[in-house]
Design a protein around this ligand. Sequence first.
Ligand SMILES: [Zn+2]
Length: 217
Amino acid sequence: MRRRVTLSFDNGPDPEVTPRVLDVLAERGVTAHFFVLGKWLADPARRRWTVRARDDGHLIGNHSFSHATPLGVDRRADAAEREIAATEALLAPILPGPGPKRFRPFGSGGVLGPQLLSRVAVEHLVAHGYSCVLWNSVPRDWIEPDAWAARALADCAARDHTLLVLHDVPGACLAGLAGFLDAARGAGIALVSELPAACVPIVAGRVVGELAGLVAP
Ligand SMILES: [Zn+2]
């Protein structure tokens, strides 16, 4: 079967980078996922770019409010409310219709581990009907903005369906994005918007995958 890659962009919206990422995607007819931060949505000058992403047909998800302390190590009793629910309250007027809410946890440079979620956070995601969207490739665009694309292409060649984590923030994926997309297409890799099932352990509030190792004890 033809290899596939799904793109996701985390930590925006950024007023300089997000519009340029959207331009690159639009020029190539690629639909992606954007996991946004509540602290940026609160700023109308940034929020407008998430509205454009929606209008361009991209899928928008919640990536916490502050992106400060991963939920698995956040000791605040109301962390799920302050990080997940507060961001969703800002997203709700932007998102179309009642579709499943998407949440992507963060922490430790993309390492899948127990720092990502707490039991309370999982209960919150289940109770409120979220899908929890993880990933299977983190080419570290924020550390090597000129070299991530080669690593991402290698990841795409190594598995059937890659869910790539990139960042629409300054000094990250933008410089290599157009080249990556053209090289992926040139290599016969399909650019798709579906999520690999193995990367979505909670679907619309139902735990369908393995959470062991992703939730703090
Ligand atoms: Zn992040």
